[in-house]
Design a protein around this ligand. Structure first.
Ligand SMILES: *[C@@H]1O[C@H](CO)[C@@H](O)[C@H](O)[C@H]1NC(C)=O
Ligand SMILES: *[C@@H]1O[C@H](CO)[C@@H](O)[C@H](O)[C@H]1NC(C)=O
Ligand SMILES: *[C@@H]1O[C@H](CO)[C@@H](O)[C@H](O)[C@H]1NC(C)=O
Length: 282
């Protein structure tokens, strides 16, 4: 118990440090000379937390520690903010260097929109974590049954047999989601089942890009029309708060309203500190 607290404390200190370092990078009065290095620096904590997600004892679908997920999403948002500020500080001619680094992250970002969109999702997750753990082994069977991949599916896993994200992949993905949702609904109830739909998708890379409503319509002859509708309930979680948090990155990356004046940097750092300490254990 003590060692767990220490790990949490250490990770918080690390997040705080990384947040300040990335702020130092992005709030510099001028665009940094080593622009690729600075861009990579934005992902320092993200990379660490990503590894934590991969090495977690339980998978995301199936009872992963809520603190691990929380730390990951914070690191993700910090990275997005950091890159956005770097772009703001640098002239357009130099954006390609940033975008090279950003590009590697972009694929992941699409898969994380729903998951890390707001803190209420994680609060909700923490409440249902123990039951999702209980339903875990059966939920994991769903991946084996429907995706039939040799790779163990952990987090943003590339399902290599379906590199092209084709229709067949999306059909199998929908079946997997349905299978997990049904299992969680059976074991834990409706609310956790809705949540499980959001948790399953980021486990498989690119699966968030499937248009599940199209597949559902195609499968209507064999399935009841209401199957899988919960996938769309999840849109609730990607409402205004996400749009606010990612303003200037989702729609208009080059035109963020954040300018690199010291006072704005100060406010941003206060905001980040508040964000970090919001989840402090009581
Ligand atoms: C969820 O489970 C309940 C009770 O086990 C059942 O009545 C209900 O139809 C299920 N809902 C869905 C969408 O599967
Ligand atoms: C999915 O397909 C339906 C039907 O073609 C379309 O109306 C909807 O806009 C699509 N959704 C997305 C997110 O592309
Ligand atoms: C950037 O945003 C400002 C106002 O927020 C707007 O007037 C301007 O046209 C935008 N520029 C571009 C390139 O989108």
């Amino acid at each position: 118990m003590l060692s767990l607290n220490w790990i949490i404390l250490a990770s918080r200190v690390w997040i705080t440090l990384a947040a300040f370092l990335s702020l130092a990078v992005s709030s510099a009065m001028s665009c940094p000379h080593e622009i690729s290095t600075s861009a990579n620096y934005c992902f320092t904590d993200y990379t660490l937390q990503f590894q934590n997600m991969l090495s977690s004892a339980n998978k995301l679908c199936c009872g992963m520690d809520a603190e691990t997920l929380r730390a990951f999403c914070q690191a993700y948002r910090t990275a997005v903010t950091c890159i956005t500020q770097l772009r703001t500080a640098c002239p357009k001619e130099r954006h390609d260097k940033i975008d090279t680094v950003w590009g590697n992250f972009e694929v992941a970002r699409v898969g994380l929109r729903e998951l890390c969109s707001d803190d209420s999702l994680i609060e909700n997750y923490a409440m249902h974590q123990s039951c999702l753990t209980k339903a875990g082994p059966t939920s994991e069977m769903c991946f084996h049954t429907h995706l039939r991949t040799a790779t163990e599916i952990k987090f943003l896993t590339e399902v290599t047999t379906h590199k092209n994200r084709n229709e067949q992949f999306c059909v199998e993905m929908l079946k997997t989601i349905e299978c997990v949702r049904r299992n969680v609904n059976h074991t834990c109830g409706h609310q956790p089942a809705v949540l499980s739909v959001i948790l399953v998708k980021p486990m498989v890379r690119m699966s968030t890009e499937c248009n599940y409503s199209v597949i559902e319509n195609q499968l209507k002859t064999t399935k009841r029309p209401h199957h899988g509708q919960d996938a769309y309930i999840s849109d609730k979680h990607s409402g205004s708060s996400r749009r606010k948090a990612h303003k200037g990155t989702e729609e208009n990356p080059g035109n963020s309203s954040i300018r690199h004046s010291p006072s704005v940097s100060f406010i941003v750092s206060l905001f980040l500190v508040a964000l970090i300490y919001r989840g402090r254990p009581s």
